[in-house]
Design a protein around this ligand. Structure first.
Ligand SMILES: NC(=O)c1ccc[n+]([C@@H]2O[C@H](COP(=O)([O-])OP(=O)(O)OC[C@H]3O[C@@H](n4cnc5c(N)ncnc54)[C@H](O)[C@@H]3O)[C@@H](O)[C@H]2O)c1
Length: 253
């Protein structure tokens, strides 16, 4: 039986997307502190530079990625693997709320498409760009951040809820496809986590969404990182195609 000292991910090469802000930013910083070789990726290069300066560790590397471009996603993965080595894990924290606060009859289709391209299509392309190499090597961890909105649907957040539901369906499907390959593909479904994304909610939206959380508070980015670091480690070996809860008691399934 292999040792269970498998939560140790120091020395692993892990790609963190959406690393310029909020959850991804905290994830990249904390993984670097754990000795992970971090590829911190985002479209916001100035914020990535600030992160690198703040963390001050040589094992945190920054890369440009734009989820609106398939080529950008593939070339980012290629740059990481040619400069740092083969990826052991990917954590995808890119996501946008898009225009919200309106009913479906008022939604502009172009706005819906933008949310779809970033939250769902980009996640699919990132998975395509990384999973084959991992499967060929017999080990990998892929984790996407979905949302409780994708499980329950939040009113006036149609595009966001639909794309996050799509992400949950996507990991269920791909998780089964690769179940015997050594690669796990999972999602997390957080409720409100304090971040620049939640800062953009109106007071009324925030109060309404917070009132659904039995713990009566927002989660924080460290709580996401702690669970994610375990899911991204070899220790999380018998779970794939699953949406991990992080909702302060809101989710009932
Ligand atoms: N904060 C919450 O309450 C909460 C709850 C549930 C799920 N989530 C999900 O967690 C993830 C991270 O959320 P957050 O709160 O840290 O958000 P955030 O807005 O702070 O960070 C999102 C990051 O994605 C990047 N990004 C946006 N469009 C991009 C593109 N086209 N290409 C590359 N990068 C792009 C941004 O530059 C930013 O750095 C998102 O998927 C979000 O939907 C957040």
């Amino acid at each position: 039986m292999k040792s269970r000292e498998t939560t140790d991910i120091s020395g692993h090469i892990i790609m963190v997307t959406g690393a310029a802000s909020g959850i991804g930013r905290r994830m990249a910083a904390r993984l670097a502190e754990k000795g992970v070789i971090v590829a911190a990726c985002d479209k916001n290069l100035a914020a990535l530079d600030a992160l690198k300066l703040e963390v001050g560790l040589a094992n945190l590397h920054t890369f440009e990625i734009d989820f609106l471009s398939d080529d950008s996603i593939y070339s980012c993965v290629n740059s990481i693997e040619s400069s740092l080595g083969d990826l052991q894990a990917v954590m995808n924290c890119v996501g946008i709320l898009g225009k919200n606060g309106m009913k479906v009859e008022e939604i502009e289709l172009d706005d819906f498409d933008l949310v779809y391209r970033i939250n769902l299509r980009g996640a699919l392309v990132l998975t395509k760009a990384t999973i084959k190499g991992m499967a060929d090597r017999g080990y990998g961890r892929i984790l996407h951040i979905a949302s409780i909105s994708g499980k329950e649907g939040n009113p006036l957040l149609v595009a966001y809820s639909a794309t996050k539901a799509g992400l949950i369906g996507m990991v269920k499907s791909i998780g089964k496809e690769y179940a015997t390959s050594g690669v796990t593909v999972n999602a997390m479904a957080p409720a409100l986590i304090q971040s620049p994304m939640t800062d953009s909610f109106s007071e009324a939206q925030l109060t309404s969404l917070k009132s659904k959380i039995p713990m009566d508070r927002l989660g924080n980015t460290d709580e996401v990182v702690d669970l994610a670091a375990w899911i991204l480690s070899p220790a999380c070996s018998f779970t794939t195609g699953f949406a991990f809860d992080l909702s302060g008691g809101r989710a009932t399934y």
